[in-house]
Ligand binder design. Sequence first.
Ligand SMILES: Nc1ncnc2c1ncn2[C@@H]1O[C@H](COP(=O)(O)OP(=O)(O)OP(=O)(O)O)[C@@H](O)[C@H]1O
Ligand SMILES: [Mg+2]
Length: 233
Amino acid sequence: MPDTAASFTPPRAARTVVFRHEGSSTGATIDLEVIAARLSSLAAHGAGLGSRVWRIVPMAMAENRTERADDIIYACKWVNLDDPVRALHLPREFGWLNRLGGGYFPVPVAQAMLRPDAYLLVAEWIEGRNLALHAPAIVAELIAAGTFKRFCGDLIRILDRLQEAGVAHSDIWEPNIMVRDQRPVLLDFGWARTLGGAPARDNLHQPDDRLAMTQLLLRLGALRRMLTHPQAT
Ligand SMILES: Nc1ncnc2c1ncn2[C@@H]1O[C@H](COP(=O)(O)OP(=O)(O)OP(=O)(O)O)[C@@H](O)[C@H]1O
Ligand SMILES: [Mg+2]
């Protein structure tokens, strides 16, 4: 049974997204067609295939100019909802992020249905490195800076935050963790559900957050051991 316990306002079909900048009450309203056209031009094989995350600078996009240093950057996740299970779960991502707040999680900014089969999530852009792609370099840096233990503590605090908020992320592993200023940020609530609810039927990843986090910590520990005692491996 897919989880139905969470109640969220479903994203509405929209023509525009309002981007609100931190500290300002007014937002820049950007036509979704502009975003859709830009994303399509960026995609080699067309946007909307599966899900894809883009780094976008909406003000530069709206004003059709190049990026400036003071522009705010956002992450735009375009999700193709061709499968009913994806269609049920993925548009909830905004709601989960809203419930969790920022810090260890990206701040949600806007969501909309671009088309009946395409969902768009706009969130804070996390400037950092993906743990899956850069684990050895990241762990080496954490060891050198003396922050490896703090990083592991952060991961445990993430687990606590999820638990407190009643959220089961259900897809905790390296590709869904960005490392920013030596601290982890957990992304991708596309398969999240209410804690205790049944996982989505086609979620092939680890549905048990505590187990998934323990496995991740063990992998990081093994990497640390390899880096600090290379002769013993
Ligand atoms: N807010 C963000 N800031 C920076 N990079 C991001 C952000 N969100 C996602 N990314 C990058 O894009 C990649 C894919 O994002 P995400 O994990 O949300 O999508 P997905 O795995 O394709 O989605 P799903 O599992 O929901 O189908 C991430 O591994 C990360 O490298
Ligand atoms: Mg992911």
